[in-house]
Design a protein around this ligand. Structure first.
Ligand SMILES: Cc1cc2nc3c(=O)[nH]c(=O)nc-3n(C[C@H](O)[C@H](O)[C@H](O)COP(=O)(O)O)c2cc1C
Length: 195
């Protein structure tokens, strides 16, 4: 089946992990918005990036104050996460509107969200902006300065995804969310390139 490259073509690249990105404006008012165009970019030094529509408050805040937190959202807060995707006027504290709880970040100004499973604190490195005929999103890169996961979701130094239930965004067809129910270990054997 060939799909038309309509608005939701990117649904073919599903599911994707979903984060609430928190920022603050220059007056210190927090903002939270769900993002699923998010990815790790560099191992060492640690860099993460996400893609954002230029008119969004998240981008305005990153430009104003230069920091953000990637909060990985779990199934129990799916509704609250969607409330944060509403287009509120600038200056509205979406964490409060959604009934979520602010948690002080350790190294950056934007608060984290208590109900999330892990928190990645970042400082702005670079924005890549494109003419609209090239892209309708800009790319923000941030140096990861701190990363913390809730202790209850770490079992023997491993992330327990079955317990944490991170939300995966599925945009192919009707919008849906996928929660993992099974973990498949890496098969034993030699998979490196044969020269
Ligand atoms: C599951 C989900 C994922 C989303 N992913 C993105 C994304 O990666 N980039 C983006 O710009 N908007 C994304 N959005 C839309 C924004 O969250 C939404 O437009 C929000 O109101 C922007 O808020 P802000 O203006 O406070 O930044 C997503 C929405 C949902 C529900």
């Amino acid at each position: 089946m060939e799909l038309a490259l309509g608005h939701n073509w990117y649904g073919m690249m599903s599911p994707r992990f979903t984060a609430l990105i928190t920022t603050v404006d220059k007056d210190g008012t927090p903002n939270a918005a769900p993002h699923s165009f998010v990815m790790p970019f560099s191992h060492e030094p640690p860099v993460a990036c996400f893609s954002v529509i230029p008119s969004h408050h998240t981008l305005a805040n990153v430009r104003e104050t230069g920091e953000f937190v990637i909060n990985v959202a779990p199934e129990p807060i799916l509704r609250q996460m969607l409330i944060c995707s509403r287009h509120y006027p600038k200056g509205v504290n979406e964490i409060k509107e959604a009934g979520l709880t602010k948690r002080k970040s350790k190294l950056v100004k934007p608060p984290s969200i208590e109900e999330c499973v892990l928190w990645i604190e970042c400082r702005y490195i670079l924005e890549v902006a494109f003419p609209t005929e090239i892209s309708d999103h800009n790319m923000i890169f941030g140096r990861v300065v701190r990363a913390e996961c809730k202790d209850e979701f770490v079992t023997k130094d491993e992330f327990d995804a079955l317990k944490a239930k991170p939300i995966l965004h599925n945009r192919w067809g009707r919008e849906a969310f996928i929660i993992a129910e099974r973990v498949v270990g890496r098969p034993k054997g030699e998979f490196r390139e044969v020269k």
